[in-house]
Design a protein around this ligand. Structure first.
Ligand code: V0V
Ligand code: CO
Length: 154
């Protein structure tokens, strides 16, 4: 597999207690555009992807491939990754999602390199992406997500 494995920063995931209030804050204060909202039962979250860097009047569907997002994450329950994080640390940066060309192939390589994986196979992510997590204890304390975007190759 060619290097670099990380092609770009797809999104920064932020744990919040109140999704709707947090969306309003980011939109009103920083002018971000809501690209999508989903409930992901497998991941235990309600989340929203907010496009960074859209031009005034540009619709989300016009966003260039390789766009970057802020992902706001509200837990569905206390006993979920984001619920436990909020209880332990409060609101804040939860994970970084990097664009990769091929999640499954990347997982295979990183496993061979001895990186601790959270996911052994790709999962369903927001905006139709294929995702997988690497354990923070193996990545300098940062929960790290591999993101293969739905449409773009990276
Ligand atoms: C926990 N730890 C973290 C962390 N969460 N460190 C950095 N960043 C985080 N977000 C540390 C924690 O401080 C402990 O360190 C240790 O890991 C064990 O923590 P724990 O509370 O006992 O948690 P675990 O072990 O039950 O679970 C931790 C993992 C879990 C990372 C395995 O959060 C997980 O499976 N995450 C992946 C799924 C996920 O986060 N989904 C929500 C986003 P000490 O105290 O022992 O030193 S979904 C998403 O992003 C989507 C859908 C998308 O982008 O499309
Ligand atoms: Co994410």
């Amino acid at each position: 597999m060619s290097l670099p494995i990380f092609r770009r920063i797809d999104h920064v995931g932020i744990a919040v207690r109140d999704l709707d209030a947090s969306i309003d804050f980011y939109v009103a204060t920083f002018g971000l555009t809501v690209a999508g909202r989903e409930t992901n039962d497998e991941q235990g979250v309600r989340e929203a992807m907010l496009l960074v860097g859209a031009e005034q009047g540009q619709s989300v569907s016009d966003a260039p491939g390789g766009a970057s997002y802020v992902q706001l994450l509200e837990p569905l329950a206390d006993d979920t990754p984001v619920g436990k994080f909020l209880a332990a640390r409060g609101e804040g940066v939860h994970h970084i999602g990097y664009g990769v060309d091929d999640v499954a192939a990347t997982l295979e390589q990183l496993r061979a390199d001895g990186i601790r994986l959270v996911d052994e196979r790709p999962r369903h992510g927001s905006l139709g992406a294929s995702i997988a997590f690497l354990h923070p204890k193996s990545v300098t304390g940062v929960l790290t997500e591999l993101v293969q975007a739905a449409s773009a190759s990276t």
